[in-house]
Design a protein around this ligand. Structure first.
Ligand SMILES: [Fe+2]
Length: 181
């Protein structure tokens, strides 16, 4: 399904975003980079973004950060409910939570250091589906409008490799993505 997972590492600490698949690979990279995985961040809880959640939590004992409107069925985690404007600290990096409902009611993006991790809200040249249970087209349009107000040079890192390249920028999307125009 061409999912992307991301590792945000700083000062010996790491947050893993969307451990959908290959959790061992994520752990291996963090070990190699001498990063201790302390946090798991979820852009939303669709299975392709969270399928390996249980396994990576079991291996790391990390806390799970997820928006309160998402429905995380397994309650055996240390869960931190996040909402719009919250700040998550990883090392010295401050990650801002942007609530961007539309694909799902509790979808979020993560913003830090001119980098935006967009989950299934914004892809390179496309957007996430809005025909799923919990989707809402109007909310999606509002969320995209909000992302369009961010600086043009902010880099966009999406939840799937569906575009002509793996990542882009807000400026590029506003020019080339029909849903951002
Ligand atoms: Fe999704």
């Amino acid at each position: 399904m061409q999912n992307f997972s991301y590792i945000i590492g700083d000062n010996g600490e790491a947050a893993v975003v969307d451990p959908g698949w290959d959790y061992k690979k994520l752990i291996d990279v963090c070990e190699k980079e001498k990063l201790k995985i302390t946090k798991i961040l979820l852009t939303h809880t669709h299975y392709d973004h969270a399928m390996d959640l249980k396994k990576i939590v079991k291996a790391t004992n990390a806390e799970v950060y997820v928006h309160k409107l998402e429905n995380l069925k397994d309650k055996g985690f240390k869960i931190k409910n996040i909402e719009d404007d919250d700040i998550i600290n990883v090392g010295k990096t401050k990650i801002k939570v942007l609530h961007t409902p539309g694909h799902s009611s509790g979808s979020v993006c993560f913003l830090f250091d001119k980098i935006l991790i967009t989950g299934d809200t914004l892809f390179v040249g496309a957007i996430g589906r809005v025909d799923l249970p919990g989707s809402n087209e109007e909310e999606m349009m509002k969320s995209l409008k909000g992302l369009g107000k961010l600086d043009d040079d902010i880099e966009v890192y999406p939840g799937h490799d569906y575009g002509e390249k793996a990542s882009s920028t807000i400026g590029y999307e506003k020019k080339n993505n029909p849903f951002m125009k």
